[in-house]
Design a protein around this ligand. Sequence first.
Ligand SMILES: Nc1ncnc2c1ncn2[C@@H]1O[C@H](COP(=O)(O)OP(=O)(O)O)[C@@H](O)[C@H]1O
Ligand SMILES: O=C(O)C1=C[C@@H](OP(=O)(O)O)[C@@H](O)[C@H](O)C1
Ligand SMILES: [Mg+2]
Length: 178
Amino acid sequence: MELTRPVFFVGFMGAGKTSVARRLARTCGVASVDMDTYIERREGKKVKEIFAEGGEEGFRAIETDVLRELGAKPDPLLISCGGGVVVTPANHDVFREAGFVVYLEVTADEAASRISDTSTRPLFQNLEAARARCEERLPLYEAVANVRVSTAGKSVPAIAREVQRILEKEGILCPQQR
Ligand SMILES: Nc1ncnc2c1ncn2[C@@H]1O[C@H](COP(=O)(O)OP(=O)(O)O)[C@@H](O)[C@H]1O
Ligand SMILES: O=C(O)C1=C[C@@H](OP(=O)(O)O)[C@@H](O)[C@H](O)C1
Ligand SMILES: [Mg+2]
């Protein structure tokens, strides 16, 4: 199948953005890129190290650069963003211009139960702070979303199938034209 526009996955840490985009890419035969993985390869450093060296500000600047680059690829991609992509106002323009945004909903508590090793996520160090951060970001996720998908109690394959049906209905995921 092929995409007519880039599709961005947003939502809090642990929502399943990386897993669902990867699963959908495999089952539909389309290309996907995970922004954090892409950033780590480009910078030659782990996300954790980028935060330690340049702070959140340094990470956000790289993130915006990469979002613009991936969103402008001639062959549209499934792009799993990092959970904080919505905190940078300029990123909202990238979403609006060309893309379709799938918001995967999760609570901080459910996310915490899914993430076994929070050491890779510098902004998910304690549950209290994560709950507050999640709540603070909710209106931002809602503002950029073209569609919301609840992930509570659902498996990754089930969520990927749900997203697939939405993208097909919207004419974003189509049978290959050539
Ligand atoms: N729907 C789900 N149900 C159970 N575990 C999940 C689900 N989605 C993701 N996970 C698990 O949660 C962790 C974080 O998932 P990930 O895809 O990295 O989320 P994100 O990219 O949104 O932070 C992984 O260990 C993954 O296997
Ligand atoms: O929510 C955030 O601010 C972040 C989420 C992470 O990605 P995931 O949402 O894929 O865990 C990663 O980009 C970085 O640690 C910052
Ligand atoms: Mg991820």
